[in-house]
Design a protein. Structure first.
Length: 162
């Protein structure tokens, strides 16, 4: 990516979906806004604040996010933290906890890189066990939702300045 202000980009590599973006914010702030439930509840997902945002940010700790649709339908996401290297790297599992998707656990690797000008590049790689799981997640809207989340996150970070 040559433009620091560029929107989120995504690509499929092997059995992974990679979404990345450069944010106009220092790495510590990006980390805190990415991992603190008070922040995450405001930007995570494709729309609106989360109905539930629980984070136990420690190795072996769990998280649970619930999006609620306009019709009241709940879309829960759960996972467990595997590795935490503040403010550089975060590794966690993810399950979209709705049949038939809840049989597929993916693993996400988030990398927070300092870039020139006090900016931060976030690279989020989600690995799937099978091609079918990857294709099913993309068909269910994961890629679109991940990009929307990154853009909402960028807007949210901008609101924290000043």
């Amino acid at each position: 990516m040559s433009q620091f202000g560029a929107k989120a980009t995504s690509r499929v590599e092997d059995l992974s979906l990679v979404v990345e973006r450069v944010f106009q914010a220092p790495r510590e702030l990006v980390w805190d806004a990415w991992t603190n439930p008070e922040h995450v509840s405001r930007w995570w997902g494709a729309s609106g604040p989360l109905a539930v945002c629980e984070i136990d940010l420690r190795v072996g700790g769990d998280y649970r996010y619930v999006q609620r649709g306009e019709d009241g339908t709940e879309y829960p996401f759960i996972g467990k933290y595997r590795e935490i290297v503040k403010p550089e790297r975060l590794v966690y599992t993810q399950i979209f906890d709705v049949v038939p998707y809840n049989v597929h656990e993916s693993v996400t690797y988030d990398r927070f890189e300092m870039v020139e000008g006090g900016k931060t590049k976030l690279v989020s790689r989600t690995e799937f066990a099978t091609a079918e799981a990857l294709e099913g997640s993309i068909a269910a809207g994961m890629e679109t939702g991940a990009i929307a989340s990154m853009e909402r996150f960028a807007d949210y970070l901008g609101s924290l300045d000043g």
